[in-house]
Design a binder for this molecule. Structure first.
Ligand code: IMP
Length: 448
């Protein structure tokens, strides 16, 4: 890979299919890095007939020779990480020495999970619909400067330090939320068991990435969630508690922005979101149901049905701008096969009659926005599995052109099915040529 690094991020509300894209490319990289969020993410990777649901471990893990890093800006549930390592080992993936956990990452404790559920329980119709993994409470502790960081996993004082914080959490559960406290004996046993397994994985991420670069090895950054779930730029407060923008990778890894590469924004050919919050192009009719069923739109992490809607070009253009996306990877085009008409939200109409074409800061306003829809012709010939541009039905090709013009960016990767082979690298840009070379040089993962 001529590039020093490449960034793959979600350009919508998460679940765009980043796992497949990262997996497709990662064999060409020495390092794959997760830098935000925690096990709220669910990245599905398929190889041959096998399907891996990864939540914390970067999707590069199934390729031998790729080292996987979990950077300081993450929140890491120790027992969740151990469970994922066990699953990978049971599947025959050699993980020894290939997972590196930043000692500065914040730990998620069982009491954080309880606080997440208890807080959601008080929000009524304003529920965020979190994944219940304790993400928000752990980031809250990080910002409050009372969280535990991963280096304590190797600290003889682990028990005392975790006990003090969890006792505080239990008081909050009882006093603030009238909720049952967590059994701390169980919680400590869970934590100590995981600590013994994870202590050997601790390692500073920034210096390791600099070593990769000094050796001429390329680094792939795997963003979790999506721009519209970013803490600052998403549909606040219906967002996650970390930044899902590519710039956060520099801060999270401690490397400075110069090591960050071009940004590929992964977007679905339509839109989905899980949990509460504004979704102007949402379809609550039979087309929405059809997208959910054909697209298997159920959460990888929670199994919840995803809300489905038309591609939202207002939100997508906003994401392109705030995240500095350079090119798009469009996934799940095949899910639109057979629809007579396809629509795209190109502006929003507000209750006062005005029309806007950028995403408003106020989620309540976004909630009231009606989409202005542009109609495009659908196609009946299947795009599922198509890997040559010329084989795309003309209306599908026109849809791609429309999206490219609307976003002002090339769709450089087109995914027409869940398997790695069902992918088309488009055009003749320098990036497209590099991506083709990366995939062509991809040996099957030796560990499988
Ligand atoms: P949390 O990150 O668990 O606090 O959840 C906050 C919001 O982000 C909820 O609407 C979740 O459904 C959503 N969310 C968090 N992680 C993901 C993800 O990886 N994919 C899609 N939605 C997510």
């Amino acid at each position: 890979m001529a590039r020093d690094s490449l960034m793959i991020i979600g350009g919508q509300w998460g679940d765009e299919g980043k796992g497949k894209v990262v997996d497709l490319l990662s064999a060409g990289f020495a390092a794959v890095v997760r830098y935000n969020g925690g096990n709220n993410a669910g990245h599905t990777v398929r190889y041959a007939d096998r399907r891996f649901a990864l939540h914390l471990v970067p999707s590069g893990i199934i390729h031998d020779g790729v080292t996987c890093y979990l950077a300081s800006g993450m929140v890491v549930d120790p027992s969740g990480l151990v469970a994922e390592m066990d699953t990978l080992m049971a599947e025959g993936v050699a993980i020894d020495g290939r997972i590196v956990l930043s000692p500065r990452a914040t730990l998620i404790l069982p009491t954080h999970r309880a606080l997440d559920g208890a807080r959601e329980g008080t929000l009524g119709s304003g529920k965020i619909g979190t994944t219940g993994r304790g993400i928000g409470p752990a980031y809250q502790d990080r910002a409050q400067r009372r969280g535990l960081r991963a280096h304590v996993l190797a600290d003889p004082q682990l028990r005392a330090r975790a006990l003090a914080l969890m006792q505080q959490h239990n008081r909050e559960l009882e006093l603030l939320f009238d909720a049952a406290p967590v059994d701390l004996d169980d919680a400590l046993a869970e934590l100590e068991g995981a600590a013994a397994r994870l202590a050997p994985t601790l390692g500073e991420v920034g210096p390791a990435l600099r070593r990769h670069r000094a050796a001429g090895e390329a680094v792939l950054f795997e963003g979790a969630q999506g721009v519209m779930l970013d803490l600052a730029w998403g549909t606040y407060p219906y967002v996650t508690s970390s930044s899902s923008l590519p710039g956060f990778a520099a801060a999270s890894c401690g490397i400075g922005p110069k090591l960050l590469g071009p940004v590929i924004g992964v977007m679905k050919a339509y839109a989905t979101r899980v949990g509460g919050g504004p979704f102007p192009s949402e379809l609550e009719d039979e087309v929405g149901v059809r997208l959910r069923e054909r697209g298997a739109e159920y959460g990888t992490t929670t199994g919840r049905p995803r809300r489905c809607g038309w591609f939202d070009a207002v939100a997508a253009r906003f994401a392109v701008e705030v995240a500095g996306i350079d090119a798009v990877a469009l996934t799940k085009l095949d899910v639109l096969d057979g629809l007579e008409t396809i629509r795209v939200a190109t502006a929003y109409r507000l209750p006062d009659g005005t029309t806007i074409d950028t995403f408003p800061a106020d989620a309540e306003l976004a909630e009231q926005a009606e989409p202005v829809l542009t109609e495009l012709e659908g196609w009946s010939a299947p795009t599922a599995g198509v890997v040559r541009e010329a084989e795309l039905p003309p209306a599908a090709a026109a849809y791609l052109r429309f999206l490219e013009e609307t976003l002002g960016l090339p769709i450089v990767i087109l995914s027409t099915g869940p398997r790695r082979e069902e992918t088309l690298i488009r055009g003749d840009s320098a990036l497209a040529r590099e991506l083709r070379a990366l995939i062509a040089g991809d040996a099957p993962p030796a560990a499988l």
